[in-house]
Design a protein around this ligand. Structure first.
Ligand code: SF4
Length: 461
């Protein structure tokens, strides 16, 4: 089970590949699995609460099936290994972030421990449920500093995530990530390009470059800094790669060259997720974000000039310690002014070990909830207005397959990362043939979460 960001999803995929190499295969449920891994997230308190509740459920399963290995991986394992051991001594494996390659060894060790205590011998083929990401062996305070070992040969798929850098050097005062994922490290450019070329040869059409501050890519490379804009340019040349995405860029790390490349490179999609957090300069300074509202707006303006049809999404945090009603209103005002296509909105929750968590002026929970509701209502109305403008237009969709909501429709995403469910009149081929195809869709209805439409045959001549 995986909680958290796309980096965690990518780590979970890697963990699955490591386990497959050991002879495991995916299990349908924890009740049938021989290894269950929870890949955890510490960015907010909610995902942590879910892990504790899941551990309680898995403990009961483990009592019935004592040979089942239970592992906790990812950010919680990185920063809270002592607490995990204390509160859940039945956990067999604790694996923090940044050390995926240690998983096989830890599984072997845990398994031999089980055999030594005279539990049933392990069957030749094991099942696993990979629930998430990895980290270092549980040594509290150890700094995550390596590039994680990876399995580059992936299963063929039409879209793939490719991590290009790990960790973060920004130390925003509310954020635990630099503590859980360590300082910034970039993967060598040649490794990234080789991985993407191999993906393209196996049929991948869309790649998403991943990093905590993805556009600061290139620092500390042995051959000298390779700017993110140059990396995009190289990837844009790889035959077969039709769409290039990246997440999440950091506002301060945009420059003129990068903005220009996003607009001119044909395969770079017209979508940027640009985390704002708040629309108030005093709060931005207290958060240690390193930009002002005016600087953020200048980047938005340049991006919109350079990239016609750009979809802009963001992260908004409310209820940071000391946030006044006026400061919250400043955020709402800025949202009305910028008009994001959509936003990931959440209330601040104190993360132990971060400076903001120590502040005495925490905002009351009921105030946070009221502000969150106000924020969601505003953003939803903007999203609905922006989406309505797409009705009657034709868009390119990369097909993911049959829609999970309606078996009579297919679904996929536009270049602007909008979800489209669409029908195919009189189609004769089996649905699988559409997966991974780039098709044209006529938009008929707009909703908050995406569109309904109808497939249009490609124009010829
Ligand atoms: S940039 Fe700030 S919010 Fe983003 S991961 Fe780094 S410290 Fe956290």
């Amino acid at each position: 089970m995986t909680w958290g960001c796309q980096m965690n999803e990518e780590d979970s995929e890697q963990m699955g590949l490591f386990l497959e190499r050991m002879g495991y295969r995916a299990a349908v449920s924890a009740e049938e699995a021989d290894v269950v891994l929870l890949n955890t997230c510490s960015v907010r308190s909610k995902p942590e609460e879910k892990v504790w509740s899941e551990l309680g459920r898995l403990r009961e399963i483990k009592q019935q099936r004592p040979h089942m290995l239970l592992g906790v991986c990812g950010c919680m394992a990185q920063v809270e290994s002592d607490m995990l051991r204390r509160r859940a001594p039945y956990i067999d494996i604790i694996l923090g972030t940044g050390n995926l390659g240690a998983l096989p060894e830890l599984v072997k060790t845990a398994r031999s421990g089980k055999t030594a205590t005279a539990h049933a011998s392990v069957p030749a083929k094991h099942n696993f449920v990979a629930l998430t990401a990895l980290g270092l062996p549980p040594r509290k305070g150890k700094v995550v500093s390596d590039i994680p070992e990876r399995i580059a040969e992936r299963k063929p798929k039409h879209k793939a995530h490719v991590p290009i850098m790990y960790g973060c050097d920004k130390f925003c005062t509310f954020c635990i990530v630099p503590h859980t994922r360590g300082r910034e490290r970039s993967r060598p450019t040649a490794d990234i390009l080789a991985e993407i070329k191999a993906l393209a040869l196996s049929g991948t059409k869309e790649i998403t470059l991943l990093g905590q501050t993805v556009n600061s890519y290139g620092k500390n490379l042995p051959d000298g800094r390779v700017p993110f804009a140059h990396l995009l340019k190289e990837i844009n040349e790889i035959p077969g790669i039709e769409r290039i995405r990246f997440t999440s860029p950091y506002p301060r790390d945009f420059n003129e060259e990068l903005i220009e490349q996003i607009g001119s490179l044909t395969h770079v999609c017209e979508h940027v997720h640009l985390p704002l957090q708040v629309g108030d300069n005093a709060l931005l300074a207290e958060m240690h974000r390193g930009y002002t509202v005016e600087e953020y707006c200048a980047i938005v303006e340049k991006l919109r000039c350079s990239v016609p049809g750009l979809a802009l999404t963001t992260d908004i945090m409310l209820g940071f310690p000391g946030e006044t009603e006026q400061q919250f209103q400043n955020t709402l005002h800025l949202i009305k002014q910028i008009r994001f296509d959509s936003a990931f909105m959440f209330a601040y929750s104190p993360r132990p070990g971060t400076p903001a968590a120590l502040r005495a002026d925490q905002v009351e929970q009921k105030t946070k909830i009221a502000r969150l509701n106000q924020l969601i209502a505003l953003q939803n109305s903007i999203t609905a207005e922006i989406n309505a403008e797409w009705v009657g237009k034709e868009v390119e969709v990369l097909v993911d397959g049959v829609s999970t909501r309606d078996p009579h429709r297919f679904s996929g995403y536009t270049r602007t990362l909008k979800l489209v469910h669409f029908t195919i009149p009189h189609h004769s081929g089996p649905p699988q043939q559409w997966r991974g195809e780039l098709v044209q869709v006529h938009i008929q209805e707009a909703h908050l979460t995406g569109f309904l439409g109808e497939w249009r045959p490609a124009k010829t001549g």
